[in-house]
Design a protein around this ligand. Structure first.
Ligand code: SIN
Length: 334
């Protein structure tokens, strides 16, 4: 009796060992979902990540990239990550409002003078701390990825801040962005990125704010006759995973993956400004949208009109975070 029990137990143990081994020999699958086109900084970053993983971790890790909201969209991708149905995302920083209010600092209009200033903030202690600000919600930030500074597009020419009054602008789901347009006497409507082209084409909204690469890759310039080069805010991303998934990856493999993340981050961030510059030129060359430049005085008028929003959100964001962000600007102001 005891003998047969021991034999059965040994058999069960052997089966368990085999199935654990079989499972561990199966490559770890990382599904990377995002909402933009392949020919954008984020789209290129996702493809480079897949390429490097396949070169260096063949047989151990497999990456599937889903672009253009083809697997999950803005409305459900973060929930899917928290349930470990997808393992990597890079949502724009405006899309984490449900999980932390501190990241709203990136949405404040005219806070950062340019992408270099954003970069400095992201590298300093406060910026790095924000990568861990959502772990209690099963979201861990692995890196910041740049896209670029946002421009205002509309159905009419926007030269003065008062020109925006009465228009309805598409926004990402961010209270700061809503407040920014209210400050101009305009309205806003939050909607997923996948709906923006149709909403502008049909006139459901009359304006939007996007970096050049998102405008060009989604053909938004074909349905927006005017684009004002405001550079009023930043559209950057946080590359995120589920900490329960990420920290369960065997140590040596995770170290290799983190090295790849660093390498891809460097490539994306070095390329993003060049991509946006090239897409700006393509939009101008297309002739379908007039690009409006602002003089220093005109830009200052936009800045003054939008700036009260900083005070409104200072308590939510944290005075320390706001101060650290302000400290990275180097240009002197009139
Ligand atoms: C993105 O670049 O991921 C989309 C940003 C947006 O929703 O405007």
């Amino acid at each position: 009796m005891l003998k047969s029990f021991l034999a059965m137990a040994a058999c069960a143990l052997a089966l368990a060992v085999v199935s654990v081994q079989a499972a561990s020999q199966r490559p770890i699958l990382i599904k990377f979902s995002h909402v933009v086109a392949d020919n954008t900084p984020k789209g290129q970053g996702a493809l480079l990540f897949k390429q490097l993983v396949e070169e260096r971790l063949a047989g151990k890790v497999r990456v599937e990239v889903y672009a253009n909201s083809s697997l999950y969209g803005d409305a459900d991708e973060l929930e899917a990550l928290r349930k470990n149905e997808v393992q990597l995302l890079a949502p724009s920083l405006a899309k984490f409002g449900q999980y932390t209010q501190q990241l709203q600092v990136f949405d404040l209009p005219f806070l950062f003078d340019d992408l270099d200033a954003v970069n400095r903030f992201q590298k300093r202690a406060k910026g790095r701390q924000l990568l861990r600000s959502m772990e209690a919600h099963d979201i861990v930030g692995l890196a910041y990825w740049h896209n670029g500074m946002k421009q205002l597009s509309a159905s009419k020419a926007l030269l003065l801040p008062t020109d925006a009054a009465g228009l309805n602008f598409r926004i990402q789901p961010s209270e700061v962005l809503d407040a920014q347009f209210r400050q101009l006497g305009a309205q806003s409507q939050a909607m997923p990125f996948a709906e923006v082209f149709e909403a502008l084409q049909s006139g459901r909204v009359q304006g939007a704010e996007n970096p050049w690469s998102n405008i060009y890759s989604k053909n938004l310039h074909r349905v927006q006759p005017y684009i004002t080069e405001t550079n009023h805010g930043v559209l950057d991303y946080m590359l995120v995973s589920n900490p329960r998934f990420w920290y369960a990856i065997p140590h040596t493999i995770r170290v290799e993956l983190e090295g790849i993340v660093d390498e891809v981050t460097y490539a994306v961030n070095r390329q993003a400004e060049a991509d946006n510059r090239a897409d700006r030129q393509r939009i101008e060359a297309s002739g379908s949208s007039q690009v409006i430049g602002l003089s220093a005085e005109q830009r200052e008028a936009w800045r003054n009109a939008m700036r009260p929003v900083w005070r409104q959100f200072e308590a939510q964001i944290g005075a320390d975070v706001l101060k650290a962000a302000q400290a990275v600007n180097r240009k002197s102001r009139p």
